[in-house]
Each structure stands twice: as C-alpha cells, then as structure tokens.
Design a protein around this ligand. Structure first.
Ligand SMILES: *Cc1c(COP(=O)(O)O)cnc(C)c1O
Length: 355
C-alpha cells in the first residue's frame, strides 16, 4: 500500500473535549485527544484503518494479549512550528523499530502508510491538541496487541493496531537521581530488550518501585552476566561526558535503539565532538568521577528529551554531578534539538515530517 491508496475512514466526535486542556498546566499522559486510529489484522492482512472518537474498547476476557503479553508500542512526538503547523519528529524511524519489535514478538509487520500516514491523519485532525509553548508537544502512542479469543499458548492470528495521542509538557521537572542496578536485570542476550515490548516494562516495575522507596527516580541497568556494563535508564538511553569525549553504550539486543540517541550522536559528531559507542563499565564511570572527569551524564528519549542526571549511586559510591547550568553538551543538545523539532532551524537531516 502506498500513501495515495490508503483510505482512512473518519468518524469525528460530536463535540471536542479540547476545553479540558489547560495549556499552562499540561501533565504527561493525563488527557487524550479527541480521536484515535484503529486498524485490525485478520487472515494474513491489514484492513483499512479507521479514525474514531477516543473511547473504551471492548474485548473478550480470553483475548490473548491479556494473558501472554504479545503487545508492543512506540512513542513519537509532534511539535508546532512558529506558524502553528504540526511537525512530526522522525516517524519513519519509529515505524522501522515497531516492525523490528513485531518480528521478534511473532506479530505482523505494519505497512509504512498505516503507521506514518495514520499518525499524520490523526495529528492533522486533532491539530488543536498540539500545544505550542516551549517544552510541550503532542505525545503519540502507536501500539499493537494480539486479539485472538483463545487462551491456549500459541502465536496469535488476529491483531489490533491503534494510535492514541496526548498533550505533553516537560517529563521530569528536575535532574534525575539514578540508582545503578546490580541485582535485577532488564534484558539479556537473545531476549527482547531491543524491542518496545510491554513485558520489558512490566518486569521493571518492581525494581523501580524498590529504588523509589529508597529515594531514587530511575534505574541505570547493567548487563545480566557481570552487572558491570551499563545499558540504559528506564525509557532512556544514557550518555556520559568524560573529559572532552562523549560515551554511550553500543546498541545490541539488550538495548533499545533510541531515535533520540541516534539524533544526539548525529548532532554531536556534526559538531566535531568525539562520540564513542562501546561497552562502558561502571568501574570506568566511577574512576572518571574520582578523577574529576565525569562532567555530565544524561538520558535521552522521546518522552523526556534530554534528562540531566543529578547523581548516580553504585554500591557505596555516591556520585554527585556538577550543577546542570554549567553543562555544555547537554544544554547545547537540548537547545539544538528544540530548534529542529519546533521548526525554527533548517531540517538538514530529513527528520521532520510535515502534517
Ligand atoms: C523508548 C525507549 C528509549 C528511547 O527511545 P526514543 O526512540 O529515543 O524515544 C530508550 N530505552 C527504552 C527502554 C525505551 O523504551
């Protein structure tokens, strides 16, 4: 299917709920826009998608994903340019990643147009829901679940793909406090760590709850064999500035390949900085901290953009980073990414998809 042949049936709401949105106080994931997109997969093919009013879905209690977790998702954002036109950031990259997740989870791949044109049509219709002020955006959540009504354990044959959207403000109000996890594991080689499969997040809830009780915000996961090599944070990839070098773990099947991660690596290299993508041991970070060389550490992700790290705790090492205001790399990246996302700077990478 190509963009020109995709027909999306649209059933509009009778009355918009847009007056529930307070642009001065947008909380992440609290309010959903008027419409959603739904497409079903049956007998080996995707049916034409439909845009319908946002609302509850009715499913049999025997629906497979409730039981066996064939469920994957994506996270994309739309921003408004100074003229008020919505701009979608790198949706093709999310589409490709959604399909990598789908393959690993024995789910059908999505045609490009259902994903990309689906997002475009939905954002176009709900464009009033894309907030305008700096730091705000429309968070777009595409997802797919297995919908066979069958509680035997086997790969499903019916699936539903949906897209919902939600106005978003800043994700973290302040720099995050990180606990370096050396007991629980998020991902292991041969597993599903590289996918945005629902189960990855379910499995991280308990360890996250435990470290929150201790006063930390997020976990920096380490590898499953030695608990030595750092991997990523919650729903973010991780970067360290050591001296004049920027380090980030190389991606493998235990690390989610972030679109933000790729944007950051690209921008830094264009600026002439040295970025090393390689295994990074926590001992190297501790040694750099002790030598006074750990200048900055931050997470990158669609939801949080660039999230500075206030401190990192690994066993009995409590590493407090310098004041964020003094950070050159993270602050430059944040600004540069904003300029591109809000369409204030030329899009030289073809990252912007215009609605
Ligand atoms: C979504 C996610 C990221 C960040 O990916 P982006 O494409 O930059 O949003 C990183 N790690 C995990 C585990 C994630 O789920």
């Amino acid at each position: 299917m190509s963009v020109s042949t995709l027909e999306i049936k649209v059933k509009k709401v009778e009355k918009s709920r847009i007056n529930q949105l307070d642009p001065a106080n947008i909380q992440f994931g609290k309010l959903y826009s008027d419409h959603m997109l739904v497409a079903h997969y049956e007998k080996g093919e995707w049916k034409q998608p439909e845009i319908i009013p946002f609302g509850n879905v009715s499913l049999s209690p025997a629906t497979t994903f409730f039981h066996y977790g064939q469920a994957i998702f994506e996270g994309v954002k739309a921003y408004k340019d100074p003229q008020g036109n919505p701009l979608i950031f790198r949706p093709y990259d999310n589409w490709k990643r959604m399909n990598r997740s789908a393959v690993r989870m024995a789910m059908p791949e999505l045609p490009e147009d259902i994903f990309v044109e689906g997002i475009r049509a939905l954002v176009d219709l709900d464009r009033d829901w894309v907030p305008t002020s700096e730091g705000t955006s429309l968070y777009i959540r595409p997802f797919m679940v297995a919908t066979d009504e069958f509680i035997g354990v086997k790969p499903a044959e019916r699936f539903s793909f949906m897209i919902i959207t939600s106005p978003a403000g800043p994700y973290y109000a302040k720099p995050v406090s990180i606990y370096v996890q050396d007991q629980y594991v998020r991902a292991f080689p041969g597993g599903i760590g590289f996918t945005k499969a629902a189960g990855n997040y379910g499995a991280s809830m308990y360890p996250t709850m435990k470290i929150r009780e201790m006063g930390y915000d997020q976990i920096l996961w380490t590898d499953g064999f030695e608990h030595k090599y750092v991997q990523e944070i919650g729903t973010m990839n991780v970067f360290f500035v050591l001296g004049d070098k920027v380090l980030t773990p190389d991606t493998s099947d235990t690390i989610l390949e972030g679109v933000s991660r790729d944007s950051v690596v690209t921008l830094l290299r264009e600026k002439g900085m040295t970025v090393e993508e390689r295994p990074i041991s926590i001992d190297e970070i501790v040694a750099a901290y002790k030598a006074g060389e750990l200048r900055e550490a931050f997470g990158t992700g669609t939801a949080a953009s660039i999230a500075p790290i206030a401190d990192l705790t690994y066993q009995d090492n409590h590493m407090v980073l310098p004041q964020v205001e003094t950070w050159e790399v993270a602050n430059w990246l944040k600004k540069e990414l904003s300029e591109i996302r809000y369409g204030r700077k030329a899009d030289t990478h073809d990252w912007i998809y215009r609605v």
